[in-house]
Design a binder for this molecule. Structure first.
Ligand SMILES: *[C@@H]1O[C@H](CO)[C@@H](O)[C@H](O)[C@H]1NC(C)=O
Ligand SMILES: *[C@@H]1O[C@H](CO)[C@@H](O)[C@H](O)[C@H]1NC(C)=O
Ligand SMILES: *[C@@H]1O[C@H](CO)[C@@H](O)[C@H](O)[C@H]1NC(C)=O
Ligand SMILES: *[C@@H]1O[C@H](CO)[C@@H](O)[C@H](O)[C@H]1NC(C)=O
Length: 429
């Protein structure tokens, strides 16, 4: 009896042992794999792993598991909400952080003093906005892109003395194609606030936040038929005929294969004539597709043409501009068609004409509508909170021109998939 019992006990212990070893292996292997992965992605331009996103109708939004820090660029988190909610302990007996806006308050359409921080309900409101240098010591200065170069040349440094702990912030909305040269602006800018994903504070034109309970896009189906009542296929509005990409040529080519109404000063139709006062309100009632073609093909450069004109209206955006990965990272899942999903204009036109016949498939592009919401990116709150960070890291952009306009940031008339195998792409200095 004793022998049988101890044999049983041995077997039992063996089983426990195997169980423990398996548990440990299952824990270690994935995190090892992840760590390997992170080393790789950290060296690249931050982006989702495309295998997670390549399937456009079944996009799964998944975050890599490495911790998100306020300051470090993360491959799949723009840190916007983290920064906006950041609430460091502050000593209210200290004077507020003073922020000088180089373009004056009107240039930013904000109120001076603490008002803006109160209005935005910021977690930290102990900051002040100033429109003029008035003999005060400033903790931060914000330069808009256009004035950056000229202001610094004019001696912005001399006008308001720069203290060693004064943070200089570059803000930009335009593409590098439309920005002045930053040649020579080395080691002067501490933080960047631009739509670029590798900015200190990412400031996209808009932000769609998927709800936490989001599972996958195929689970969502709207009862609404977004095709109903729409009698026209596609429209584009272009007021600036200049574009460094092949936008106009592509539009002309598309017009050979499909109905495409061309509004604006470069087209033959006008928005105000016979189209009501609000182009975009009417647009969504009549058209199925809106061509959100940017005027430059540059990384992350995705403007209100995409977010406001199309997504915030019930029309499907067909996009040209940033890299497809950049769109996938900021767009609601399954919400758009990138021109590079098709080898040429004829193939794209074929797809749009097919969707014109198939309401179910057209409606798939609207499944995202109940999966999340557009959120305020709270730039002012983020600046205030970050200035109060007790662990404020020392940061400096060594070569601003190289960062802003480096290799393969903009690709002119090229296609991203033609250069995407180039070893230079995404590698940051
Ligand atoms: C996309 O996902 C669907 C459903 O999971 C699958 O049937 C299809 O093969 C996938 N397509 C690609 C290109 O992976
Ligand atoms: C997910 O969350 C949002 C917002 O909290 C809510 O409106 C929605 O009904 C939820 N969806 C599901 C499937 O629980
Ligand atoms: C900002 O840049 C200056 C260099 O001009 C540097 O001395 C300072 O330490 C930087 N501050 C922060 C907070 O990074
Ligand atoms: C880039 O690489 C992919 C797969 O690695 C290949 O299918 C594609 O043809 C390549 N593109 C070019 C332009 O070389």
């Amino acid at each position: 009896m004793a022998v049988r019992c101890s044999k049983f006990k041995r077997q039992f212990m063996l089983l426990i042992g195997i169980f423990l070893v398996l548990t440990v292996i299952l824990q270690i292997v994935p995190s090892f794999y992840e760590a390997q992965n992170n080393i790789v992605t950290a060296m690249k331009f931050p982006q989702f792993e495309s295998r997670l996103l390549s399937n456009k109708s079944f996009t799964v939004v998944k975050r890599l598991k490495d911790p998100v820090s306020l300051w470090k660029v993360h491959p799949s988190d723009d840190r916007i909400l983290l920064q906006a909610k950041f609430n460091p302990k502050i000593d209210l007996s200290l004077s507020p952080k003073r922020i000088l806006l180089e373009q004056g308050l009107a240039g930013w359409n904000v109120k001076g003093g603490k008002q803006t921080f109160n209005d935005h309900d910021c977690p930290v409101q102990h900051c002040e906005l100033h429109g003029h240098p008035n003999g005060e010591v400033f903790d931060a200065r914000i330069f808009k892109e256009i004035e950056l170069y000229s202001r610094l040349l004019q001696g912005a440094q001399a006008e308001v003395p720069r203290h060693s702990d004064q943070v200089w912030i570059m803000f930009a909305l335009e593409s590098p194609e439309a920005s002045p040269s930053y040649e020579g602006l080395n080691d002067v800018i501490n933080w960047t606030a631009t739509y670029r994903y590798d900015s200190t504070m990412v400031t996209p034109y808009d932000k769609f936040q998927v709800y936490d309970n989001f599972t996958q896009i195929s689970n969502y189906k709207s009862d609404k038929n977004y095709a109903q009542g729409k009698t026209k296929l596609a429209a584009i509005f272009v007021s600036n005929c200049y574009a460094s990409n092949a936008r106009l040529e592509y539009v002309k080519e598309l017009q050979q294969y499909m109905d495409l109404d061309f509004y604006g000063s470069c087209g033959n139709l006008r928005c105000d004539k016979g189209f009501g006062n609000n182009c975009f309100e009417n647009l969504q009632k009549e058209y199925k597709f809106y061509l959100s073609f940017e005027n430059a093909n540059c990384r992350d450069y995705i403007t209100e043409k995409f977010f406001l004109n199309a997504l915030r209206h019930d029309v499907v955006p067909v996009v040209m501009g940033a890299h497809p990965d950049d769109y996938r990272r900021v767009a609601p899942p399954g919400s758009f068609i990138h021109v590079e999903e098709y080898p040429n204009a004829e193939a794209l036109a074929g797809h749009l004409k097919r969707l014109n016949e198939l309401d179910d498939e057209y409606n798939d592009y609207f499944r995202w509508k109940s999966t999340g919401q557009f959120v305020d990116t709270k730039l002012w709150c983020r600046i205030c909170s970050l200035l109060w960070d007790t662990d404020l890291p020392h940061q400096l952009i060594h070569d601003l021109e190289q960062w802003w306009r480096g290799d393969n940031i903009c690709i002119g008339k090229g296609r991203w998939d033609e250069i995407s195998n180039s070893s230079k792409l995404h590698v940051r200095k």
